[in-house]
Design a protein around this ligand. Sequence first.
Ligand code: ADP
Ligand code: TYD
Length: 209
Amino acid sequence: MSTKKGSFIVFEGIDGSGKSTQISLLKEHIEEHSINCITTMEPSNGPIGVLLRQFLSGRIKGDEATLTALFAADRLDHLNNPQNGICKLIDDGISILSDRYVLSNYAYQSVSVPLEWIMKCNEMANETIKPDCHLFIDVSPETAIERMAKGRHQTDIYETLDRLTDVRERYLDLIHRLDDVENFVIIDGNRSPKEISDDIWAKVCHYYV
Ligand code: ADP
Ligand code: TYD
């Protein structure tokens, strides 16, 4: 077992901003340096994450406070479950790239639930581990919707122009407000996947080499 802990990098952005594309490209870069890297996401693949996907697709209905608490509970399971929880993987020296984390809860649910309460729901996750870095991929909501339509992606409950406009503003405001306690990098997502990936690598390579 490695004695060096793995790094923990989180990708954030509105739906369709290009997170999954960039996570795959960053994983390739990292693996070129013979570093063990696992990609993951929230909602997670665990039981609460699977339930959340049914709310997101509209298959089952729930109020936003219930969803907030479920996202926070899924996060704790994602961190702490003994089989493949993020904490265990990091302790084993594996580097983690996560598609979304606490900031998604703040930006998406604060549209309809008080931010202070969402922050309380995430207190335990925040005390458990802080990401080394958050990469926020910024694109306009119009671009994101256009990209999702081209990729013939299924439409989830938050994937409307109005909601994504509100969520993007909340992300930018939160990044500005929390900048002294968290490491945020805003990435211009309006470029080719390769240009964005090269920019990201330049910003995070020091965690790996
Ligand atoms: P997310 O994970 O943030 O929802 P994806 O990586 O799945 O975003 O990208 C959404 C869609 O946009 C996909 O069809 C993807 O191929 C496309 N895409 C991703 N990055 C870019 C880019 N830089 N320029 C144009 N299209 C992109
Ligand atoms: P996801 O599959 O990540 O969408 P995309 O790849 O298009 O970004 O979908 C997750 C959805 O869940 C997305 O709309 C954001 C939402 N979400 C929250 O509202 N709160 C949260 O805490 C998390 C983790 C996700």
